[in-house]
Design a binder for this molecule. Structure first.
Ligand SMILES: [Zn+2]
Length: 216
């Protein structure tokens, strides 16, 4: 009843193009087609040897990009339902993974985590992981601050990130299957460096799932 009243006052709109939609919390049909779509991006990245598979749930384009920026820089958690809606397609990924798997978020730089107050990747994936009975463990931490990567080439990113992650104190990694999670994938360098760190600590198979990627 209350929701009908809210819908009357504030009819649900697509968060990307602002056109009216039937149900609150999703993109319109055109934006769904433009912004979402599960795909494997493993072949777009070089040196995938540490990662047994990389999947993206959506495209890092205007729409998804704005939602993520609103969450990260304006710290507005009201956009989370739209991002949560994109995870439904992840079901198909889970069917390809070993049953015993632990989810590990890519850790933020300490300064950024402190300023933001949360790791957006955890907020995006937590309800979905819980619904599927997958534990979230912060097995990785940043060992040092790194420069912002957006203007770096792939080689510069690799150099900047080398050794930037270490295993958390007392982390149980040997022999485990791990699903790395991140909000955005650009060159894949961050995921690769995380996977390299986990592999050296004895992880069995490492997979990666990101909300949005620039790769098609
Ligand atoms: Zn739309």
């Amino acid at each position: 009843m209350l929701s009908m009243f809210v819908d009357f006052l504030f009819p649900p709109r697509c968060p990307s193009c602002k056109s009216y939609v039937e149900r609150r919390g999703g993109f319109c049909g055109a934006c769904t087609r433009r912004l979402t779509g599960l795909r494997t991006v493993a072949r777009s990245v070089d040196a995938v040897s540490y990662l047994a598979g990389i999947w993206a749930l959506g495209y890092y384009r205007e729409g998804v990009r704005d939602l993520l920026r609103t969450l990260k820089y304006r710290r507005e958690k009201s956009v989370l339902p739209y991002l949560h809606g994109m995870l439904a397609a992840g079901e198909a990924v889970l069917m390809q993974l070993p049953e015993q798997i632990v989810a590990v978020p890519v850790p933020l730089a300490p300064a950024r985590a402190h300023e933001r107050g949360f790791n957006q990747t955890e907020l995006i994936f937590a309800p979905w992981l819980k619904a599927h009975g997958i534990a979230f463990e912060s097995l990785l931490v940043r060992s040092r601050e790194t420069a912002p990567l957006y203007e770096f080439s792939r080689e510069e990113r690799r150099r900047e990130l080398r050794g930037a992650f270490v295993c958390a104190n007392g982390a149980q990694i040997a022999g485990r299957h791990i699903l790395l999670l991140d909000d955005i994938m650009t060159t894949g360098t961050t995921l690769l460096e995380c996977a390299r760190t986990l592999k050296r600590a004895g992880a069995e198979n490492i997979y990666a799932l990101v909300l949005a990627s620039e790769h098609s």
